[in-house]
Design a protein around this ligand. Sequence first.
Ligand code: OVM
Length: 395
Amino acid sequence: MSLPVSDADPFDHENLEDPGPMHEKLREAGPVVHLTRYDTYALARYEHVYAALTDWQRFESGAGVGLSNFRTEKPWRPPSLLLEADPPRHDAPRRVLSKIVGPRSLHRLRERWAAEAAELVDRVLAQGDTADAVPALAEAFPLRVFPDAVGIPAEGRESLLPYGDHLFNAFGPSNDLVANGIPRVAELSAWVNAQCARDMLTPDGFGAAIWAAADRGELTPEQAPLVVRSLLSAGVDTTVHGLSAVLYAFATNPAQWQRLREQPALARVAFDEAVRWESPVQTFFRTATTDVTVGDSVIPDRAKILMFLGAANRDPRRWDGPDHFDLTRDPSGHVGFGMGIHQCVGQHIARLEAESLVTALARRVARLELAGPVRRHHNNTLRAWRSIPLHLHRS
Ligand code: OVM
């Protein structure tokens, strides 16, 4: 029995700025590595991350998917019925939401989102040939189309970003990032929770569809607002940084942009390749429900296990040239959306947003390149961006 150990802190600022070197060390140390600083077990190889994600019985989510264990510490908000639950509690909310945000239901949004993306790109280009892609595109587009699709009012929706930022920080340890979010948490939570009530939601949106499922008896009236909260929690920061990732990928890989321009249908695979390459959601924890043997080591019952999605998505055991953003590769099987019963229920929304925005840009922009230094935004869970200055050369 051997258990490699590491005193790395995945949540310190050096690793949040550039997690690549730590990921490589963790992958090379062995199938599982004890992170002594947090007494948690790291999985960083694709094979083992995949295996754990698809084994919800032994790697539970119900004790929370952050570092803290809900069975011994009170969670900061009522747990999510999707993210932080396992079967059977997870089943009805998952079934209801998968249908509401599934590919068939999203079809009605395609034309509207294509038009919104075209308008946004035209507005940005009208302001000149440079723009900061993070606020101007990656934040502006989801903040416009997604809350509209859920059915919440325009007023106050900018609160969704700092709410999500704190939520994703709170999955990590109680470090400076969490402390910085605490002063606003009561205000932001109160606003988000208020948007989940039936009478706040427009009749044609995802939110109203969730309440309609409750009317049909598919959810209880207590569950409905929490399912709406999941959309508002998981649906904004993730897509903002996913869109930032694909824009950064193209800005730094001009040959791939030319390929997309020649073959616009590559927009969808480009987004999945960017999700693999950047892994906007870097990590989630699971909790062992029993002693689990991984490789030659035993993860003890009740231990927290940190799943490095970003490391798995660049594991050279699974991917050829993993560090290259490459539209000729088949990125399917990446774990950037997770895998198994908890795999991102909103992934079709994210893909449609990306396809809409990337297609609108590809029609209008012959070349894009960085116009200055990029800046990351540090978050305990997200591989996030603050600024991506771009030169946009119109076609
Ligand atoms: C939720 C939730 C929150 C954050 C992330 C997430 C990535 C889900 O409230 O259900 O999935």
